[in-house]
Design a protein around this ligand. Structure first.
Ligand SMILES: [Zn+2]
Length: 204
C-alpha cells in the first residue's frame, strides 16, 4: 500500500469536472455519508482544478471509522418499568444464563428484522396500539431508563423506523418490546427461539 503525505500528487476521476484530474493530498474534514457529523483532519485527494474531494486513500479509512464510532449515539429512553420486565423475562426465556446485557442484542435483532420488513410501519403501529391496551399507563407508574450503545447501522435502522412509523424513540421501543413479548413469550416459534439461543451463545 502506498502511503500518501500532505502535498503529494495523484490522479483521480473528478465527478464535478467530469474528467481525470491531477490531485493534491490535503487534510480536510470529511462529512459522513449520512450527514451526521464528520471526521476531522483526514488526508484526502483534492481535485487541483475545482477543489472537490475526489479520493480517500486506504490509510485514511481507520481514522474515518474511528470518528464514526465516536459519533455513535446510544438509543436512550425512559420506559414504564413493565417493558423492562418483559424484556428481562424474554432474555431469561431464551437463555437462563444470559446477562441483562443480552437485552441489547435482543432489541437489536428485532429492530434489524423489523427494518427489513416492507410492512414495518404498519406492524409497529399495530404493535404499539396493542402494547398501550395491554399495559395501560397509569399516572405516576414507575419508569426505568434504558440506554444502549449500538452500531451505527442499528441506529440508522432505528431512525428509519421512527420516521416511517411516526413513533418517537420511547414509543418505538414500546412497540418493539411488545413484538418481543408476542414472539418470544406468548407465541414462541421454535425456529425464532433457536436463532435467539444461538445468538445468546455467541454474545459475550
Ligand atoms: Zn474537479
Amino acid at each position: 500500500m502506498k502511503i500518501f503525505h500532505d502535498g503529494d500528487h495523484g490522479k483521480a476521476l473528478c465527478a464535478d469536472c467530469d474528467d481525470v484530474v491531477r490531485t493534491t493530498y490535503r487534510r480536510r474534514d470529511v462529512p459522513f455519508s449520512d450527514g451526521n457529523g464528520m471526521a476531522r483532519n483526514i488526508l484526502v485527494g483534492v481535485c487541483d482544478r475545482c477543489g472537490a474531494t475526489v479520493a480517500i486513500p486506504a490509510q485514511s479509512t481507520p481514522a474515518i471509522s474511528k470518528a464514526r464510532k465516536a459519533a455513535m449515539r446510544p438509543i436512550e429512553a425512559s420506559l414504564p418499568a413493565i417493558y423492562l420486565d418483559v424484556l428481562d423475562h424474554a432474555v431469561q426465556r431464551i437463555d437462563g444464563q444470559a446477562s441483562t446485557d443480552f437485552r441489547r442484542a435482543l432489541l437489536t435483532y428485532f429492530v434489524h428484522k423489523t427494518a427489513m420488513d416492507a410492512r414495518a410501519a404498519v406492524v409497529l403501529r399495530l404493535s404499539h396500539r396493542r402494547a398501550i391496551e395491554r399495559f395501560p399507563e397509569e399516572r405516576g407508574a414507575a419508569r426505568r431508563r434504558i440506554s444502549m450503545k449500538v452500531p451505527q447501522r442499528v441506529t440508522e435502522d432505528f431512525r428509519k423506523l421512527e420516521a416511517s412509523s411516526e413513533l418517537n424513540t420511547t414509543e418505538l421501543l414500546k412497540s418493539v418490546v411488545f413484538l418481543i413479548h408476542k414472539q418470544v413469550l406468548e407465541q414462541p416459534k421454535p425456529r425464532l427461539i433457536g436463532e435467539l439461543q444461538a445468538l445468546s451463545a455467541i454474545w459475550a
